[in-house]
Design a protein around this ligand. Structure first.
Ligand SMILES: C[S@@+](CC[C@H](N)C(=O)[O-])C[C@H]1O[C@@H](n2cnc3c(N)ncnc32)[C@H](O)[C@@H]1O
Length: 251
């Protein structure tokens, strides 16, 4: 089978996502647990699990966690890591967000963190979430979000240059509309800013590409500069991205 762009990108970098600070330690992980208040008898599905951090965080609080992804290297890694951590209730399988291989009304909680900006169709993903959630079930969603208009377009272009499988991060308004359309009622939303280390973020590239990404970050209009907030010099350059977090319920 030919690999998709996502499978190519994430297959090559799977190990990075296990240790990457914004993924392994991001503030949104603890917020998801606080806000969803998971119970021991819950069946939970983590869509696009990547390095598996949401699955590991929730596993002690729920009955069963299905950690799913379309990149085999990620799935294998999460299986091994869950075993290493003694998390016996974690199961892994291949699942495309837009065609989940699970029965209707079979989960109490669906999570998805820092991934929908890679999906072919977010509306189709949300329709699938609605289908697999039990009545009263919860979607806990986190994804990078951007301001509307040219600043958001610029941030998406910057992210896409570094990772061509980054299709488009949405605005908070777009998420609100799409969740409403999918009949998932938003009970809570917030934005979380995260500081990114340029060195780690761009580590997969050679010096030419790093210089281009650095220029896109530092030689910018005041509006973009205010949004990305680049700080520091050559060795310790940082910038800022924003995550949108939504807790939504199926009626
Ligand atoms: C940045 S990683 C996810 C991070 C992870 N959820 C976390 O919280 O640390 C993005 C993941 O999305 C997966 N992915 C991309 N498109 C997908 C799709 N359509 N269906 C399922 N997984 C997908 C990739 O394979 C990759 O593992």
């Amino acid at each position: 089978m030919n690999k998709t762009l996502v499978q190519e990108q994430f297959g090559k970098t799977a190990a990075h996502y296990l240790t990457s600070k914004p993924h392994a330690l991001g503030k949104s992980l603890e917020r998801l647990v606080e806000l969803t208040r998971p119970a021991k008898d819950w069946r939970m599905l983590d869509v696009a699990t990547g390095g598996g951090h949401v699955a590991y965080t929730f596993a002690p609080h729920v009955g069963r966690v299905w950690a799913t992804d379309i990149t085999q290297e990620m799935i294998d890694q999460v299986k091994g890591e869950a075993q290493k951590r003694g998390l016996a209730n974690v199961r892994t399988t291949y699942a495309k967000a837009e065609a989940l291989p699970f029965e209707d009304a079979s989960f109490d909680l669906v999570t998805c963190r820092i991934a929908p900006h890679h999906f072919d169709s977010i509306p189709q993903f949300l329709a699938e979430v609605h289908r697999v959630l039990k009545p009263g079930g919860i979607l806990a969603l986190v994804d990078n979000v951007v301001p509307a208009g040219p600043i958001g377009d610029y941030i998406n272009a910057f992210e896409r240059l570094r990772d061509p499988s980054h299709l488009r991060a949405w605005t908070m308004d777009e998420w609100r509309d799409a969740l409403k359309h999918a009949r998932l009622a938003v009970g809570h939303e917030e934005q979380i800013f995260k500081q990114m280390e340029f060195k780690s973020w761009a580590q997969r590239y050679d010096d030419t590409m790093k210089a281009l990404l650095r220029a896109m970050l530092t030689q910018v209009t005041p509006d973009v500069k205010a949004a990305l907030d680049p700080k520091g010099g050559d060795g310790d350059l940082t910038f800022r991205l924003c995550e949108g977090l939504f807790i939504a319920k199926k009626a």
